[in-house]
Design a protein around this ligand. Structure first.
Ligand code: DX5
Ligand code: ZN
Length: 221
């Protein structure tokens, strides 16, 4: 992953009938991280994609696959997603009783690891695992659906994550997910986000690649 601030398109809002083409267009435009939302209808009310789709995209893309698991019993599926081609797997702190064990499981499977926090979960829960993480994902919507409004309180949590990284001597990147658009992307970047995820703002219009480029310009400036 590159060091600058990056916009990661989320395929949740893509046209799944031509997913490969849309992903290729974003890669050609310069996107380096692809955010893949996995939902099981239990941890969140929606159902999306599984390892089969990750594997299918892997054959056609060199992008960094940032797989966001919004599922119950994530420990049962880690290896499947690694085999399918995930570069980083983010698990929700709220989805397991054993976050430390789960983080170690992802690392042992040979994958980078992130932990996501719902809007109702304070940053402090990461105290004992933060130094082991490659990514901290701050949810700026309640997970489950694209196109929701950005929860402004997330900005303080993003800043806290960036501050704690220095204080704790951790190395994780700070990612924000949900409600990102041309107005909120610069706010999240200024607060300390390294990666901003955008679904509807990229795929909601007729020109996803151009929409991604505009968002990338907004976080660069
Ligand atoms: C929400 C997902 C997000 C979603 C963001 O639960 O984790 O990645 O795709 O969509 P937008 O950018 O439309 O809020
Ligand atoms: Zn996501």
């Amino acid at each position: 992953m590159k060091a600058e601030k990056t916009v990661a398109p989320s395929i949740l809002s893509a046209d799944f009938a031509c997913l490969g083409r849309q992903v290729a267009e974003l890669e050609d435009a310069g996107a380096e991280i692809l955010h893949i939302d996995v939902m099981d209808g239990h941890f969140v009310p929606n159902i999306s994609v599984g390892p089969l789709v990750v594997k299918a995209l892997r054959r056609h893309s060199k992008m960094f696959f940032d797989v966001h698991l919004m599922i119950e019993q994530p420990e049962c599926y880690v290896e499947d997603f690694v085999l399918a081609g995930a570069d980083l797997i983010t698990v929700h702190w709220e989805s397991t009783k054993h976050i430390h064990r789960l983080v170690q499981q992802v690392v042992a499977a040979g994958c980078q690891v992130g932990v996501a926090l719902n809007p109702g979960t304070p940053f402090e829960v990461l105290d004992c695992v933060a130094r082991d993480l490659d990514m901290v994902l701050i949810m700026s919507v309640n997970p489950g659906f694209g196109g929701q409004a950005f929860i402004v309180d997330a900005l303080a949590k993003i800043a806290q994550a960036a501050r704690w990284r220095v204080e704790m001597g951790a190395r994780y990147r700070v990612e924000v997910d949900g409600g990102i658009n041309l107005d909120t992307a610069p706010l999240a970047a200024q607060a300390g986000a390294d990666i901003v995820v955008a679904g509807a703002a990229v795929f909601g219009g007729a020109q996803p690649a151009e929409a991604w480029q505009l968002l990338q310009l907004a976080v660069d400036s």
